[in-house]
Design a binder for this molecule. Structure first.
Ligand code: TXA
Ligand code: MG
Length: 318
C-alpha cells in the first residue's frame, strides 16, 4: 500500500533524495520530482508513461524563485503573474540555462506556475529546487482531484502522496504563452478567459494544434475515460442508445429511463466553479460504473464552461 499523509518533512526529504511524491494543488494533483535533477525527472515520464516530447511545468512558491528559472521581463507576463499567482495559471516564458532539457523537451521556453494550496506552498518554501509536476494520472487518462484517485492509478509508482483533500478548482491551470510579445492561451483551464482579459484585453486562443503541439493538453485525445463518451442532447442520446446501459453526466438536470444505469450531476445550481470541481471525479465514477457508455452535454460557453467543454471534447475524441 502506498503511504498517504500530510507530512511535509517526509515529502521534502523524499524529494531531496530524487524520489516521486504526489502533491495537491488547487487544480489537480501533480506527480512531483526535483525539477533540476534529470534522473528524478525521468522517473516522472516513466511513471506516467508520458512521451518525452511533452514538456513539464515547474512549480515554485515565489516570483523571485521563478525568476531564476524563467525570464519574466515581458511586462504583461509580470502583470499576469502578480495578479493571478498563487493560482491556476501557467506561463510559458523564455527559459534560463539552469533548466534541464528534459523539462522543456528541448524548447527554448519553460512552463512555470505558483500553485495555490497551503500544503504544497509550505513544501515548496522548504525546498531549494522547483518541482516538476504533471497531473498525476497515466498519460491520456482523467486527471486526479483527490489523493485516492492518485493511489488508485499510480499508487505503486509514487513514494508518497501528500494528501491535501479534494482540489478546489478541479481543472488544470490555464496556460498562456507569448508570440511576438503578445499573450496567447495554449490551454483553457481553471482561470477563466474573462478574468485574464481584464488584464490583457482580448486574447487569442490557440488550442487546436494537433501535430507538434505547443501544449499536449492540446492533443485531440486527452483527459479521457476508458468508456466511449458521447456529447449532445442527452434525452436524444438516451433514445438512440435505448439498448445500452448508459451513464449520464449532466450539468444540472436529472434524466431517468430504463437504460439510465448511473446518473451524475455537475451542479444542481448551474454553478460553473462547482461543475469544474466535480467534472473529473464524476467522469471517473461513471467510468468505473457498470455503464457501457457515458452520455453528456456541453455547458454554456461562459466562464469555466469553455474549459469544461474543451475537456469534454478531448474526452470524447477517439
Ligand atoms: O494545473 C496544472 O497545470 C497541473 C498541476 C499539477 O500544476 N499540471 C499539469 O501538467 O496539468 P501537465 O503536464 O499535465 O500539463 C502541462 C502542459 C502540457 O500540455 C505541456 O505540453 C505544456 O503544459 N507545456 C509545458 N511546457 C511547455 C512549453 N515550454 N511550451 C508549451 N507548452 C508547454
Ligand atoms: Mg495532464
Amino acid at each position: 500500500m502506498v503511504n498517504i499523509g500530510e507530512d511535509i518533512n517526509l515529502a521534502a526529504n523524499l524529494l531531496k533524495e530524487g524520489k516521486l511524491v504526489a502533491i495537491p494543488t488547487e487544480t489537480v494533483y501533480g506527480l512531483a520530482a526535483n525539477g533540476l535533477d534529470t534522473d528524478a525527472i525521468i522517473k516522472i515520464y516513466q511513471a506516467k508513461n508520458r512521451p518525452l516530447f511533452d514538456p513539464l511545468i515547474l512549480h515554485s512558491n515565489s516570483i523571485q524563485k521563478i525568476e531564476n528559472l524563467a525570464d519574466l521581463s515581458n511586462p504583461l507576463a509580470r502583470k499576469l503573474a502578480e495578479t493571478f499567482w498563487p493560482g491556476p495559471l501557467t506561463l510559458v516564458l523564455p527559459r534560463k540555462k539552469i533548466i534541464p532539457d528534459l523539462i522543456t523537451s528541448g524548447l527554448e521556453t519553460v512552463a512555470v506556475r505558483i500553485p495555490r494550496h497551503p500544503l504544497t506552498l509550505k513544501l515548496l518554501s522548504v525546498l531549494e529546487f522547483p518541482l516538476a509536476a504533471p497531473s498525476a494520472n497515466p498519460f491520456g487518462y482523467i486527471s486526479p482531484t483527490t489523493a485516492q484517485h492518485v493511489a488508485a492509478q499510480l499508487g505503486d509508482k509514487v513514494d508518497y502522496i501528500l494528501d491535501g483533500g479534494a482540489c478546489s478548482v478541479g481543472l488544470e491551470s490555464t496556460i498562456i504563452g507569448f508570440e511576438n510579445e503578445q499573450p496567447v492561451i495554449y490551454r483553457l483551464g481553471g482561470l477563466a478567459v474573462e478574468a485574464i482579459e481584464k488584464i490583457t484585453g482580448k486574447i487569442s486562443i490557440n488550442r487546436n494544434l494537433s501535430s507538434n503541439p505547443k501544449a499536449p493538453g492540446m492533443l485531440k485525445t486527452h483527459y479521457a475515460p476508458r468508456k466511449p463518451l458521447l456529447i449532445g442532447d442527452i434525452a436524444k442520446l438516451l433514445e438512440e442508445n435505448n439498448h445500452k446501459k448508459c451513464g449520464v453526466l449532466s450539468f444540472s438536470e436529472t434524466f431517468t429511463g430504463n437504460n439510465v444505469l448511473a446518473m451524475e450531476l455537475l451542479s444542481t445550481q448551474k454553478d460553473y466553479a462547482e461543475a469544474a470541481r466535480n467534472l473529473f471525479s464524476k467522469m471517473r465514477l461513471l467510468d468505473e460504473s457498470e455503464a457501457e457508455l457515458i452520455l453528456t452535454e456541453f455547458l454554456p460557453e461562459d466562464f469555466l464552461g469553455k474549459a469544461i467543454n474543451d475537456r469534454l471534447i478531448r474526452a470524447a475524441a477517439k
